[in-house]
Design a protein around this ligand. Structure first.
Ligand code: ATP
Length: 435
């Protein structure tokens, strides 16, 4: 185990100076109030892992609200009290927000099924947590600042890279912990220990009781964390997907398109600073093959948002459009694809063999840097009557811009006057025809 001095050193090296000072101050004030106080949860894990984390969660063994008030009196700032929860948020003068929880027994209903591991009130709090690596605390009181409280062997699990639940029914109690376990596996390169994985598999049928919103959120968080292909395979391995009727072939198809999609995004990010360097994280990209024809059902099952559904709609449309990639000139491609988002186009490029792949990629680059040379106001200044044809004119102008035929506002105005002339000529010809 890590000695108190070593841990204190680690905290001092690793936490931002103001955060470290603040933790010291909290400890001093709490000692004056004779209240044991602890840093708890994710930040403790991350201090031990040398990873940045500034989510400061504080547990006071006693009255947390009183401690928060004491901190305000001593160091200024504001206190927001949540009386019924026994919690308070101290907003420091330096702009930090510190949640202080009271760890008094009367605030908790002790779950009957849990084994008695620790009898202290802090132990009771730790016992409710998901994994051993998240169930540690660091004492902040002046006289014992830096003492690690680790009743479940979290420190050893950090060394051994284990994700381990605290008790056998943990996943049954809260099946979202299965998603959380995978998330921590991906983030840290850890693995569930044998027992934990066995319990996950045994309680996997419970995931269907998790609300669709929650599943949607958890999935999105998962895909932000790890390589999509790895996440997809792990979800399949743990039989999460099977609970939703997703077969292996569908999972494989999703893996293939996910891998290509990530590559496409990566290439784009290399050549362009404009594009978000994050890999695409929307899980619906990868799950698309799963939806089949029953999108309504799928959208209910995964609580797809309006944005998700719009994307899905775009992708479906693009996939049924047969000749969208035949054009090679960026301007011509624009006439067909201008309404579609980058995300939708990239998805279809990743999921299917498209003959005009490279032209479309080149087009997307150009489109992102397209400047607006004319607006509707310019058209009116040029004497044109506003109407739906305005957007057609502007679209055609953009196409010429993308082909390199228009490069300045002067070019655009010149083009516009020719366009008008041609149009008037056409109209006259029509009139002659109908006579
Ligand atoms: P992140 O960096 O993703 O925020 P975190 O560990 O801080 O990681 P949170 O989701 O913010 O994760 O949760 C904060 C703490 O609350 C966790 O460290 C964990 O101890 C506890 N926790 C969160 N969700 C659960 C859960 N479903 N069951 C038990 N404990 C949980």
């Amino acid at each position: 185990g890590l000695s108190t001095e070593k841990l204190m050193e680690k905290m001092e090296q690793q936490l931002p100076e103001d955060v470290y000072r603040l933790l010291k101050e909290i400890g001093e004030t709490a000692s004056e109030l004779e209240t044991p106080v602890f840093l708890i949860g994710g930040i403790v894990r991350d201090i031990l892992l040398d990873r940045p984390n500034e989510d400061i969660d504080i547990v006071a063994e006693g009255d947390g609200i009183r401690l928060a008030r004491g901190l305000k009196d001593a160091y200024g700032g504001e206190v927001v009290e949540h009386e019924s929860f026994g919690t308070a948020t101290w907003l420091t003068t330096s702009g930090l927000s510190i949640d202080v929880v009271s760890s008094r027994l009367e605030y908790y209903e002790k779950p009957a099924a849990l084994p008695e591991v620790e009898t202290s009130v802090l132990g009771d709090d730790l016992q409710r947590r998901d994994f051993t690596i998240n169930a540690m605390a660091i004492r902040l009181n002046e006289e014992a600042f830096g003492e690690l409280i680790d009743p479940f062997g979290g420190q050893l699990d950090l060394v051994n890279k284990n994700i381990r639940i605290l008790h056998n029914i943990s996943f049954i109690e809260d099946p979202t912990r299965i998603f959380r376990a995978i998330r921590f596996e991906e983030r840290f390169g850890f693995r569930m220990d044998e027992q934990t994985e066995k319990f996950a598999l045994e309680s996997i049928d419970k995931v269907v009781h998790v609300s669709p919103q929650r599943i949607n959120e958890e999935m999105k968080r998962l895909f932000k964390e790890g390589k999509p292909e790895k996440v997809l395979r792990r979800l399949f391995q743990l039989q999460v997907f099977q609970q939703f009727g997703i077969q292996e072939a569908q999972m494989e198809a999703a893996c293939t398109s996910a891998t290509t999609l990530v590559k496409l995004y990566w290439e784009q990010a290399q050549t362009e600073s404009a594009i978000d360097e994050e890999q695409p994280s929307a899980f619906e990209y990868f799950l698309l093959p799963f939806y089949g024809d029953d999108k309504l059902f799928a959208s209910a099952k995964f609580a797809l948002t309006k944005k998700d559904l719009n994307l899905l709609e775009e992708i479906t449309e693009l996939q049924t459009e047969t000749n969208w990639s035949e054009a090679t000139q960026p301007g011509d491609i624009h006439l067909r694809l201008h309404t579609y988002s980058d995300e939708a186009i990239l998805f279809v490029l990743a999921a299917e063999q498209i003959p005009g792949h490279d032209s479309v990629i080149a087009y997307l680059h150009l489109r992102r840097s397209l400047s607006k040379l004319l607006t509707g106001a310019d058209l009116m200044t040029a004497g044109m009557k506003p109407g739906p044809h305005f957007s057609a004119i502007l679209l055609n102008m953009e196409a010429c811009q993308l082909n390199g035929d228009i490069t300045s506002k002067d070019d655009a105005l010149q083009w516009l006057s020719n366009y008008e002339e041609n149009r008037i000529r056409e109209v006259t010809a029509d009139e002659i025809d109908t006579r």
